[in-house]
Design a protein around this ligand. Structure first.
Ligand code: DON
Length: 349
């Protein structure tokens, strides 16, 4: 069975950095004890063994193609900021990225227009409502929301600059691919299935247009957003994307600079506020990690300056977050000291 497959990859403790002159060079970096190869691999193996037989939650089915995905897929990947890659379980299977894409489209808008563009348009506050709430749009008139819920996310997609749909789409897919460190593609079955059933998102986009938040064609923005949600990824792709955020916007495996380091904290802040939807507070309380889930079953989490982690397991809880992925990420991060709020007190002088 798929969830019994074990695949372990340990990359060298070598990182690529880009010098001021632009030439990438490799250098050996000392592993902090807690993040030694042995500790990381043991944490991944323990989490996988502990949760592989858990049968809670159910695949999303409001997008018909998602109901057909194998619920037993269970893959864990962790990528450190010095470019080491660790995996456990099924990291060959791919799922659609879904809402995890929202992070990287927001990042693109911030890179193009600055952090004020997001804060000043759909906002950076939690809605306290489900991710596709129309009530939330009405309540806040399309502002004081965030780019992790559908109204803000479709609006963010509408803000990516480009003269044509093709140009915008090529930019978005290319950007995601650079974060993953390999060319990504679209799951056409999922794209078709969601395109046929996304009337609610179309209505949300029309409302965001009516409130002046979406300034281009709202149905085109919804269509591009639907395609971005259908990008196909495995756990390693997602962990590399998360690790790029953990590493200040530079992909730690390829060395490619994708964001200015100064723009990354705002992205992480919105993930922490709303990345796990209505359970974002509970998640932050448990782990301290900025994270983002998708209804395809993936979750990414970022331990700034340390690692990115991702787990794929399609069955979701009532809030729309993968049951096993939440448990596995919390277990691994807590074992490795990933919580950025947990510090050792300094000794008095
Ligand atoms: O727009 C939608 O409903 C989906 N394409 C994405 C929703 C999603 O992933 C919410 N995640 N937990």
């Amino acid at each position: 069975m798929i969830f019994n497959r074990r695949i372990s990859v340990v990359a060298t403790a070598t990182a690529l950095v880009t010098l001021a002159c632009g030439a990438p060079v490799a250098f050996a970096k000392k592993e902090p004890e807690a993040l030694s190869a042995a500790n990381i691999q043991a944490a991944l193996e323990a989490a996988h063994a502990r949760y592989k037989d858990l049968e809670e939650g159910a695949n999303a089915d409001y997008i018909p193609a998602l109901a057909k995905v194998d619920p037993k897929i269970f893959g864990i990947a962790l990528v450190t900021v010095d470019g080491r890659v660790y995996t456990q379980g099924d990291v060959a299977s791919e799922v659609s990225i879904q809402s995890i894409s929202k992070v990287f489209t927001m990042a693109k808008v911030i890179e193009e227009q600055g952090v004020g563009a997001i804060a000043g348009n759909m906002g950076v506050d939690a809605t306290g409502q489900v991710f596709n709430s129309i009530v939330a749009v009405e309540q806040y008139k399309g502002a004081e929301m965030n780019a992790m819920v559908n109204p803000g996310a479709i609006t963010a997609t509408s803000m990516v600059a480009g003269a044509t749909r093709d140009e915008i789409w090529a930019k978005i897919l290319g950007y995601y691919s650079d974060f993953a460190g390999r060319p990504l593609g679209v799951n056409q079955e999922v794209f078709k299935s969601e395109s046929e059933t996304n009337q609610r998102n179309q209505a949300i986009a029309m409302l965001m247009h009516a409130y002046g938040r979406i300034k281009t064609d709202p149905l085109r923005a919804t269509d591009i957003y639907t395609e971005q949600c259908s990008v196909s990824v495995n756990a390693r792709d997602l962990a590399t994307m998360a690790a790029t955020l953990a590493n200040g916007g530079t992909n730690p495996v390829t060395g490619k600079v994708l964001m200015k380091a100064e723009n990354v904290p705002e992205v992480l802040a919105v993930m922490a506020t709303a990345g796990m939807y209505d359970d974002s507070g509970k998640w932050l309380y448990l782990t301290g990690l900025p994270a983002k889930s998708g209804v395809g079953g993936g979750i990414i989490a970022v331990s700034p300056g340390k690692f990115g982690i991702a787990v794929i397991s399609p069955p979701l809880d009532a809030a729309g977050n993968s049951v096993k992925a939440q448990k596995a990420i919390a277990a691994v991060s807590n074992a490795l000291g990933g919580n950025p709020y947990a510090v050792t007190p300094a000794r008095p002088r």
